[in-house]
Design a protein around this ligand. Sequence first.
Ligand code: OAD
Length: 260
Amino acid sequence: MDRARVILSKADRVVFFTGAGISAESGIPTFRDPNGLWSKYPPERFGNLLGLIGVATRQPQVFASFLYDFIYPLTSSTPNVAHFAISGLQKARQITVVTQNVDGLHQRAGTTPVIELHGSMFERANPITRRIKPIEMLEMQTLVSRLALLRMNASGGMKVVSSLSPIITLDWTGLWLPNVVLFGQRLPSHAWKLAEEAILACDCFIVVGTSMTVFPAAILVELARRASVEIIHIDVNPGRSRNGLAGTACSILPELCLGL
Ligand code: OAD
């Protein structure tokens, strides 16, 4: 911790690279921990578009359960002290957050800019025109209450899919889907370019709560390493990382940022 605090105290521009672990203490399950989303819903079926279409068609109730389990925590959680430690540091440092999360919690904690590599569940996108529209929290909460019923009762696939407004809609403006990146899909190129620029210009790169197993996002850690940027790694299990701080994001980040 002392060494990490010295590194951070000398840095002017700091990039935080965050994953599901930073939101775990807000009540949002991670993906690959023992109780993570992928342990109940394997990514081979639930993490890509073709797999999801198959589940929606053949097992609509399971599809509704998956969406409920994924979206409900996003609508019931609030930013935690780790998100606020980062936004608080903006007073003293130039901060950029590059996140793989789609939960919007960094923005709700007041951080800007936040580069969302995997998109946001609080937006929908038209895949043809690429237009993006925001989704309000209230609309999401209403969807969650519909999903709570759909997952309990056997309904046809069409009934489930047609009940998924605002995340899936088909009307005179076209088809709208959640603005999130699934496996097999490209990352938003503008976000990627901004992330690379921020990393090459920073002097401290702080990785928080990610297994760094999903590519291309994980390449950014290698980019920072090759640019000889100082890297700090916060995770309950940081492995053998140099400058690794073992602990939860909420226990480590406030202490790391205190007084800076
Ligand atoms: P993972 O579930 O793969 O990794 C979560 C990481 O957070 C692990 O390293 C945990 O040890 C750590 N962790 C858990 N609780 C923590 C806590 N309270 N404090 C600090 N660390 C904690 O999640 P990601 O790395 O974010 O992509 O996953 C990356 C991508 O895989 C996601 O964006 C998603 C998923 O498939 C897509 O859906 C495209």
